[in-house]
Design a protein around this ligand. Structure first.
Ligand code: COA
Length: 343
């Protein structure tokens, strides 16, 4: 008997052409390149040109075209677009609609998710459900960010600004009939399960407040250029929660499926700090080599991080069909999630 499941049928990524090294950042703020490398593991990140033509949906479209090609489908076979970002093209409409226009597809639903670093995994769970419910055969899921345009590039903002990069990742999630749907024995390619969480008590610990209705008016003059008009983060608190929640939700996902950390072939995690990856490996009890890292080259690309990680792992020959992959993410909200899938 076969079972209807969803799988990642195509994956791709795109970044802007220019890499900005830790050293380069000294041209606009007081920053210590060694501090950044030692405390975060980041050597460089990609930043888009400060140009109105370069948009989050545009970068997402670059990754999407390739992902669709790799999935072996035509654009008009897509049934839905899910777009995860914290750096949208405009306050509204959602970047999914802008992406749709870039791709020249009409009529299918397009919506945005605002779960920041956990956005791709929240989106993956939704794509999986739509496919398994028989409502969609192919869903385009995009995580894309141009965060550089929103960062405080003065010394005041250095603790946040050095961490973030621009980039996009796209995945096509397609229906598949699998013969063995048991996650413990199957070697077929399919999404197994997703585990999502949020805790709004910490909503103000990592946020970009203005523009927004937490202000007297949407975008008050007195906040333009003030620190509230840039992302603010309680770095240490975020770090402490991330190192607890990411292992916890990964173990929750494994346990729910009767699997152990040693069964996982590759962990493709959100990337915020190399030290978070190292602590994750220790907490879950796996070798560091199993935790794939992209932080050194890309920095934290928020919703784009996991699909960029998957595409990088693919390029480096670290992913083979049938491998058991675990992804986990933690970020603003706080929101966190894990997904398990056979690649
Ligand atoms: N260059 C030099 N010094 C810097 C710096 C830079 N670019 N950025 C910050 N510093 C300084 C600070 O001014 C502070 O100096 P002070 O102690 O004199 O005030 C000091 O470094 C803080 O250092 P430390 O206490 O070692 O910071 P940390 O260990 O908390 O590391 C983060 C800071 C941001 C790297 C870390 O907290 C982190 O990674 N947090 C989580 C990030 C995250 O997950 N974010 C997104 C969620 S997805």
């Amino acid at each position: 008997m076969s079972h209807l499941r969803a799988r990642i049928s195509g994956i791709a990524s795109a970044v802007p052409p220019d890499a900005v090294t830790n050293e380069d950042m000294r041209s606009f703020m007081e920053t210590d390149p060694k501090w950044v490398l030692q405390r975060t593991g980041i050597r460089q990140r990609y930043w888009a040109r400060e140009d109105a033509e370069v948009t989050t949906a545009g970068l997402g479209a670059e990754a999407s075209r390739l992902a669709i090609e790799r999935a072996g489908i035509r654009r008009d076979e897509l049934d839905m677009i899910i777009f995860a970002t914290l750096s949208p093209d405009a306050v509204y409409p959602g970047s999914g609609c802008f992406l749709q226009e870039h791709l020249g597809i009409e009529g299918i639903p397009a919506f945005d998710l605002r779960q920041q670093c956990a956005g791709f995994l929240y989106g993956l769970s939704m794509a999986d459900l739509y496919v398994r419910a028989g409502q969609c055969r192919h869903v385009l899921l995009v995580g894309s960010e141009i965060q550089s345009k929103a960062l405080d590039k003065s010394t005041r903002g250095r603790d946040v600004t050095v961490l973030f990069g621009d980039g996009a990742g796209a995945a096509v999630i397609s229906a598949v009939e699998v013969q063995d749907a048991d996650p413990r024995t199957s070697k077929e390619s399919f999404l197994i399960s997703h585990h999502l969480h949020a805790d709004g008590k910490y909503a103000t610990e990592l946020m970009h407040r203005s523009p927004g209705t937490m202000n007297r008016i949407w975008n008050p003059d007195e906040l333009v250029g003030a620190k509230e008009s840039y992302p603010q983060m309680n770095g240490r608190l975020v770090f402490n929660h991330a190192v607890r929640r990411m292992p916890e939700v990964t173990l929750e996902a494994l346990e729910a499926n009767g699997l152990a950390p040693s069964d996982v072939d590759l962990f493709v995690l959100h990337q915020a700090n190399k030290r978070i990856n190292d602590k994750f490996a220790k907490a879950v009890g796996v070798e560091d080599e199993k935790v794939f890292s992209t932080i050194e080259t890309y920095g934290n690309t928020t919703a784009a991080t996991i699909p960029i990680g998957l595409d990088e792992a693919r390029k480096q020959g670290r992913l083979e069909r049938g491998m058991l992959v675990a992804s986990a993410a933690f970020g603003a909200g706080f929101t966190w999630a894990a997904s398990l899938y056979r690649w």
